[in-house]
Design a protein around this ligand. Sequence first.
Ligand code: ADP
Length: 265
Amino acid sequence: MDIETSAPPPAFDSEPLIDMTRVAKTYAALDGSTVRAVDSVTATIKRGEFISILGPSGCGKSTLMMMIAGLLAPSEGEITMAGSRVRGPNENVGVVFQDPILFPWRSVKQNVELPGEISGLSRGRRGERAMEMLKLVNLSGFENKFPSELSGGMQQRVAIARALSGAPAVLLMDEPFGALDAMTREQMNLEMQRISLQSGVTIIFVTHSISEAAFLSDRVFVMSGRPSTVREIVTIDIPRPREIGLMNSDRFGAYVSRLRKLLDS
Ligand code: ADP
């Protein structure tokens, strides 16, 4: 990914990046009982897409995301990324959680450099890369600050910059703005749209906010209740860039009601 050469708008007839075939997860509890968290998900995600996984709390969204990230093994089925089977954590994937999980003793820049350190990038190259990513998330000038000196929204931007600094093919985001106040969250939604358009990275965004999913996504995977599967995939056919005012339009309202109906059914 290169932010200097602004990526073309995502072409959804582009090649598939992630293929999930009958993916399922059953957890074993300590008392011997089992929880079927995800049941037979089959879907394809193309390069450059912005996908939201929408569903009620506890329906298995995080479980599905962790399996795509290679942080959790499916009990059944198979996930492939860029043609190779996902067998564990790998450098194709960057992850952002609700809690930014920054190292408090490291500066903003040092936090963002972490993936480069782990993959053995030279000091110069990982520093350059960190500065590029901080620019992408609008934090140029904050590189020498420490996490405690930043607001919650800014800390989350650092986490996004860090996840992108490893140049992943896909950015997985698990309720990333769930802990932010409503105004900051709206601002971060606009930022995510910009970052997605500028970087061209594929994004899988877990949320239980219907309007957030509709605003950000090319396609919304609506999950059923547990054991969850993808009940329906809704394509949000609204051109980008989308303005916040769009949320007051009838067109947007129609998508929101459709998604809500699917969630309630
Ligand atoms: P969501 O992200 O949609 O809130 P999760 O994927 O976190 O849902 O959880 C789905 C279901 O799986 C929940 O019922 C949860 O209690 C259960 N679960 C999640 N992790 C574990 C685990 N490690 N062991 C047993 N059950 C789990």
